[in-house]
Structure formats: structure tokens, C-alpha cells
Design a protein around this ligand. Structure first.
Ligand SMILES: C[S@@+](CC[C@H](N)C(=O)[O-])C[C@H]1O[C@@H](n2cnc3c(N)ncnc32)[C@H](O)[C@@H]1O
Length: 178
């Protein structure tokens, strides 16, 4: 996906210590420690899956040497083992959008990537409460199958409240079993 993350203005953050391509910094997107209104753009590609077991397959293995040794191929790690339930994953996305709203400048944007493996995009977009949905771009897929992956552009809205609906989200969506 990336051509390069190597640019003086790009800060590549991740919480996973075993990633073979190390981030510039270990940053939790829910609590980045970055100053208010200090960024123009955030590219947010969260895990799209939950409840995988670590190192049980190459997609749940962040360490490429281990993946090659065990499965004979380089791993493509998407963090599917980090959040154990659907609620946990959605809660993490909700907390992250709140943090993004804080650190983005007033005209800042988030590019969100979402693959509808187990959770429809609309459910994820419901968590972005202080934002204007600007664009939804399906990722082209070869063949007859419909794509399940989208890039979504969201812009901070001056009247938006990123905290809105946390209570109803937490109370009404007990969806761990799905
Ligand atoms: C779908 S992958 C993104 C891969 C990335 N787009 C790339 O191409 O290099 C999701 C990543 O989110 C990271 N992640 C999960 N929870 C996080 C958090 N709270 N803060 C920062 N990164 C997190 C995972 O470790 C995983 O590497």
C-alpha cells in the first residue's frame, strides 16, 4: 500500500513492538501525547478483525523471521489478535477518533481504511461523531467479486462533538458474541 513513509513530516506510529518494519514511535492512537491541533492529516488503518490468536497463522504474526520459519512466507500483520471482541475493537476506534479530533487542526482530515471482513463500514462510521463524511472510495478488486475495502475521507466538523453517543454506544451495542 505504502510507497514510502519516509518523509520528514510523516510520523508513523504503532503500538506493536514486534513489527519487523518498526514505527517511528510507539504511539497509541487512543492517547498519542501529541499537542492539540498539531496535525493536518491522519491516515488511520486500524485492525479490521478481532479475536485471532497471536502467532497462530501468518496474519497474526508481526515478526517476519518467525513467519518465514513457521509458514515459509513473509507475514502481513494487521493486528487481528489485539482486540478480543467486536466491542473492544469498536471502542478502540471510538477512542481513537476522539483523540484525532483533538490533535487535528480545524480543517484537518482523517483517511480511514476499512475492510468489511466482519463489521460493516456503516457501523464503524457511526463512531465518528464530530466529523463530516466527505468521500467513500471503494478499493478496486479484480474479478467479479465486490470489494469489501474502502478508503473514507472524514473532515473535522466545527459543530461536531467527537464524544457524542459514547454512552449509548457502550450501553446498546453489547455485540461481543458476533
Ligand atoms: C491494518 S494494520 C495497519 C498496517 C499499516 N497500514 C501498514 O500498511 O503498515 C493495523 C495496525 O494497527 C496497530 N494498532 C492496533 N491498535 C493500535 C493502537 N491502539 N495504537 C496504534 N496502533 C495500533 C496494529 O499493531 C497493526 O500494526
Amino acid at each position: 500500500m505504502w510507497i514510502t513513509k519516509d518523509h520528514p513530516f510523516i510520523l508513523f506510529g504503532d503500538i506493536e513492538p514486534e513489527l519487523s518494519v518498526k514505527p517511528d514511535d510507539f504511539i497509541d492512537s487512543r492517547d498519542t501525547g501529541l499537542p492539540d491541533e498539531s496535525k493536518y492529516l491522519i491516515i488511520f488503518d486500524p485492525p479490521h478483525e478481532f479475536n485471532y490468536q497471536r502467532n497462530k497463522g501468518w496474519v497474526s504474526t508481526p515478526n517476519q523471521e518467525l513467519a518465514i520459519e513457521k509458514w515459509g512466507s513473509k507475514s502481513t500483520y494487521y493486528g487481528p489478535d489485539i482486540y478480543k471482541t467486536k466491542t473492544e475493537l469498536l471502542e478502540y476506534i471510538y477512542q481513537s477518533q476522539k483523540e484525532f479530533n483533538r490533535i487535528l487542526m480545524p480543517s484537518g482530515v482523517v483517511f480511514l481504511k476499512w475492510a468489511e471482513r466482519r463489521i460493516p463500514l456503516n457501523e464503524v462510521l457511526e463512531l465518528f461523531r464530530g466529523w463530516q463524511l466527505m468521500m467513500k472510495i471503494p478499493v478496486y478488486k479484480k474479478g467479479p467479486e465486490k470489494t469489501d475495502t474502502y478508503w473514507v475521507l472524514l473532515m473535522k466538523h466545527p459543530e461536531g462533538d467527537p464524544q457524542l453517543e459514547l454512552t449509548s454506544f457502550s450501553k446498546s451495542k453489547r455485540i461481543d458474541q458476533e
